[in-house]
Design a protein around this ligand. Structure first.
Ligand SMILES: [Cu+2]
Length: 258
């Protein structure tokens, strides 16, 4: 009897571990996806989190953080200050937008060792902000090791629009790439009907293109995950696999009444 209880306990734990894994997301969230004369200062927060469940993880200072406008890259790493997101170390900056343009922000984090998955994780994370009416350049890849290139203009959208993106790895489309999707559940106002609903999953087509309809206003994160063709040492010095994430955050508005 005792033995049986013990066995069912073990089975229970194994089942738990095998359940839908809550997804990590690199997060790069600006105060707005659109800059106007009324809000020239963008506040940006960088974190490594579970956006729907509101769980944070400690994020080391990134390896790189920059913005690209009109093919011109501006390093922003030195402007980062420590902050706390979802109870854990995260990063913050203020960026004053002086000129019209489409601003692509990108963060390259240091590898995050995840013992539960026995891998290191690197999420190359982007968000795209349009300023003062400019609307070209949003579809230009930044040349990251992996990234999602939007095919839907990634600003000025409504909830209910379908996001379309292409997954690139080393500049080439990834056929049938797996893309995890999460809603940034700010303030934990929503709850998921089941664990499956926390992270939604979509597969790209043979050209690495995927479409996902976002039903709610707010920030939506897309994370295309691929295994690196190299290994990195874990904290114990053992060579382990590396998950490369291409993450993009987009904002969807609601219609406003007159
Ligand atoms: Cu985590």
């Amino acid at each position: 009897m005792r033995k049986r209880l013990y066995m069912s306990l073990i089975i229970g734990i194994v089942l738990l571990a095998a359940g839908p894994a809550a997804a990590h997301f690199g997060m790069l969230i600006p105060s707005s996806d659109i800059v106007t004369q009324q809000n020239k200062n963008l506040e940006l927060t960088l974190s490594f989190s579970h956006p729907f469940e509101g769980h944070g993880m400690k994020m080391e200072k990134p390896a790189a953080f920059y913005v690209v406008r009109d093919k011109q890259k501006t390093d922003l790493l030195k402007t980062l200050k420590k902050t706390v997101i979802m109870g854990h170390q995260a990063w913050h900056t203020t960026y004053k937008v002086k000129r019209p343009g489409v601003y692509q922000f990108a963060v390259i984090p240091k590898p995050y060792w995840e013992p539960a998955e026995d891998i290191s994780i690197i999420h190359y994370t982007k968000t795209i902000v349009a300023a003062y009416g400019a609307d070209t350049g949003w579809d230009r890849p930044l040349g990251l090791p992996t990234e999602i290139v939007p095919l839907l203009r990634p600003f000025g959208n409504y909830a209910g629009n379908s996001f379309v993106g292409q997954v690139l790895l080393n500049g080439k489309p990834v056929p049938f790439a797996e893309v995890e999707v999460e809603f940034y559940n700010r303030g934990q106002k929503l709850k998921a009907p089941s664990d499956y609903h926390v992270t939604q999953l979509i597969k790209a087509d043979p050209n690495g293109i995927f479409t996902f309809t976002c039903p709610r206003p707010g920030w939506w994160g897309f994370a295309a995950l691929n295994e690196a063709d190299y290994k990195l040492k874990n904290p114990e010095g053992r060579e382990k696999g590396v998950e490369l994430g291409a993450v993009l955050w987009i904002y969807l508005d609601k219609y406003q009444e007159r």
